[in-house]
Design a protein around this ligand. Structure first.
Ligand SMILES: Cc1ncc(COP(=O)(O)O)c(C=O)c1O
Length: 445
């Protein structure tokens, strides 16, 4: 019996709605990483009607298994995790908002502080970008200094994007090339400086050159943390009275319970946790020492919807499940298994790839200059087989061994098709539409 593949057309409801949306919402949606153009420009299903476990139903009624981004890292316990949803529904029934404060705030603060012996206070926001703006504001208030140095992606706010005022390519090395700082006041020029992970000499030069309020960094992203470098950064920050902020928005609950830095022995002055913290509900946290966090009282940091109850209710329940199931070990194990599958399938079919990233934030690259075309082809062909898939994978505890085995079978077929046409000089003709966009610049066209 021949296999039934899902079929796709530009006239499907998803792609049609996406085209319409682009006329009334700049960029089409709110998050760069969810734009159709990033995956399969004309055919990506674009919108969901339901999500449960690792199943995503699109608005055309097709069901896909998510072996890609799982909400861009938000759902490490799977979509619509029953216990978390119940905690949220209880909160909704009790009332999500009132003129009085939400007692979930001190409860969540105490919980997070108890996980981090150095931390004494916490604030909450709803998004990661907000949380980083809060952290940087507090650090500037605490030190009375303006300059900051960054190494990582830290959101969309003025303080961060101002880096590109001086050097339009400043952020290129920090994940996102082609970001225009349009709309960021030119007066912020030279207040934010990039440094290269692992390069202690250039870091030293940077902190000698500027009076820094804060060093803001991801502890690691593409590989294991460089413990020696982190220790040196810690020491230099302490010596110069610079607030060291670890941004563990994406990494906080993937390899450990509360942040990659916990296995390094290096402690920051402030820490940001987000993404998986609420398993799909909006909540981010900024933790810090009292000495630094008290400055939040000397400046103005305040927002109405930071007080609603869903985010904290979701985070409290999510932390409970993560802790009792040791979810970070489960997702690391699953990620490691999928990395091995990638390597096996590549070896079996003779398609050269290299594998990278933390196990729980796994990635691979085709070792070929046509990487992006091949990635787009993979996404297109896996979609037909009922998978959201690409060259990265955010594992969740809902990825079962049986599902992973079926994903591997489909991957063998698609890699086989790539291998069969490897010598084809016009591989892009196998795409049913344009290849995925790679940079921010092209998305704005
Ligand atoms: C390390 C890091 N910091 C900050 C952010 C910004 O978070 P948000 O998209 O919730 O504003 C992200 C988002 O990807 C992130 O990975």
């Amino acid at each position: 019996m021949s296999k039934q593949f899902l079929s796709f057309s530009m006239e499907d409801r998803g792609p049609s709605l996406w085209r319409e949306a682009k006329g009334i919402i700049p960029g089409g949606g709110m998050l760069l990483s969810k734009r159709s153009e990033m995956f399969l420009p004309d055919l990506w299903p674009a919108y969901y009607s339901a999500a449960k476990g690792i199943s995503v139903t699109d608005i055309d009624g097709r069901i896909f298994k998510d072996f890609y981004m799982m909400g861009v890292g938000t759902n490490s316990l799977g979509y619509s995790r029953k216990e978390v949803d119940r905690a949220v529904i209880r909160q909704v029934r009790r009332g999500n908002m009132s003129s009085l404060n939400n007692p979930g705030e001190p409860e969540l603060a105490a919980k997070l502080i108890s996980m981090h012996p150095w931390a004494e206070m916490a604030r909450f926001t709803r998004t990661g970008g907000e949380a980083m703006a809060v952290a940087v504001r507090i650090a500037r208030a605490a030190t009375g200094r303006d300059h900051v140095a960054v190494c990582g992606y830290h959101g969309w706010h003025d303080w961060y994007l101002s880096l590109n005022l001086e050097n339009p390519d400043g952020l290129n090395t920090l994940l996102l090339p082609g970001l225009e700082p349009l709309g960021v006041p030119s007066q912020l020029r030279s207040t934010n400086h990039a440094f290269t992970y692992g390069d202690i000499k250039s870091f030293q030069a940077l902190i000698d050159q500027h009076e820094l309020a804060a060093v803001v960094m991801e502890v690691a992203r593409g590989a294991a943390p460089d413990v020696e470098f982190l220790g040196q950064v810690r020491e230099l920050c302490s010596r110069k009275g610079i607030v060291l902020i670890f941004d563990e928005c994406s990494t906080g609950f993937r390899e450990s319970f509360g942040g990659l830095h916990m296995n390094t022995g290096v402690e920051p002055d402030m820490l940001m946790l987000g993404k998986a913290l609420g398993n799909g509900y909006a909540v981010n946290a900024v933790l810090g020492t009292t000495a630094v966090m008290d400055s939040a009282q000397r400046t103005f940091i305040s927002s109405t919807f930071w007080t609603e109850g869903i985010g904290t209710a979701a985070a409290i329940k999510t932390l409970e499940i993560m802790s009792s199931t040791r979810s970070w070990e489960m997702i690391s194990q699953i990620g490691m298994q999928v990395k091995q599958i990638w390597l096996q399938v590549a070896a079996q079919t003779g398609v050269p790839i290299s594998v990278g990233g933390l196990d729980a934030l796994a990635t691979f690259r085709f070792k070929d200059e046509r990487h992006n075309v091949l990635k787009t082809f993979l996404t297109q062909e896996m979609l037909k087989r009922g998978y959201l898939a690409g060259t990265s994978f955010y594992p969740s505890t809902a990825h079962s061994p049986a599902r992973i085995a079926r994903y591997a079978d489909s991957l063998v077929e698609v890699f086989g098709a790539i291998a069969a046409s490897w010598g084809d000089t016009e591989f892009e003709k196998k795409l049913s539409g344009p290849q995925a966009h790679q940079t921010f610049k092209r998305l704005t066209n």
